[in-house]
Design a protein around this ligand. Sequence first.
Ligand code: ATP
Length: 328
Amino acid sequence: MIEVRDLEKRYGDVLAVKGVSLSVGRGEIVGLLGHNGAGKSTVMKVITGFLEPSSGSVSVGGIDVVENRIAVQKQIGYLPENAPVYPEMLVQEYLLMMAELRGIPVGERAAAVGRAVAATGLQAWLVRPIATLSKGYRQRVGLAQAILHEPEVLILDEPTNGLDPVQIAEIRMLIKRLAASSTVVLSTHILSEIEAVCDRVVIMIDGELAADAKLSDLLHSDRVRVSLPADTAGVEDTLAAVEDVHDVHAVGADPSRSGYQLWSLQCSSSEPPTPDIVRAAVAAGWDVAAVALESQSLEEVFRSLIEQRAAAEAAATSQAAEASEAAV
Ligand code: ATP
């Protein structure tokens, strides 16, 4: 549905997006994750045709955004980072105006507004000035304008930014509902947002794509945790002897069971040999409290990507320094 190929976007001297390629299928909910300034908004602005790429291409539903921006925008509902709502207007007035700007024929506007209002739960707020709404409800108005023309694709830039926890939960639920009939790309720097809403995550660091994977694959771990009495002897040797297991080490007291110690086992196969581990522990006569796959959090994945990148940059810098020393 969305194809981004080798996208670069430059603002003067700043290369904000560096060679990003991305393919989003119909019906997917993709989270674009990254620190402030990582380039998320820029990618979204190019997809929605609000900015032209410096190089590379973007198409939506097979239509190139540079060649036919209007046709692309007809397929997209866009909620920019700061929802463009006019505070002095009534909710209904604003949505009718947006329906007109969207090119919805006059006879269909009231029905389009009615549908968007029902989908976003704004029925009771239609004749309120937007300025008097809470931030969460203003965000709903922003979402309502984005779905007026029943777009196939929704691009939502930090849709829960600045909201309180209750409003965040409501907007996330709303996005999941809207995703039932649309392809959704949303950006955020909140890791839990991705876990709560998305099935796929694309991580951007300094304008580059650092990861693109299904959430379940990204969080999948090849480590197993075993809980054993703290005085169990010979754990490393016994468990490291299990096929596919290496690097067995203690990770501290088991917080869920007093007197027990947690061990972490690195496994080399993509399906850790949990039954063999259980058998080895039982054969050794140990009192095993738990054996479980260790899942990594998105935060750990994100941190490790940043560390890998920093290490690669440091290695490249020292290589360059060595090369220039050798040249002297
Ligand atoms: P945030 O989460 O803070 O919105 P982001 O990941 O969306 O960040 P972008 O807004 O896309 O990041 O910005 C990427 C880089 O491009 C940043 O270094 C930013 O300062 C720069 N940038 C963005 N817009 C402009 C502009 N109009 N002119 C110059 N530089 C810009």
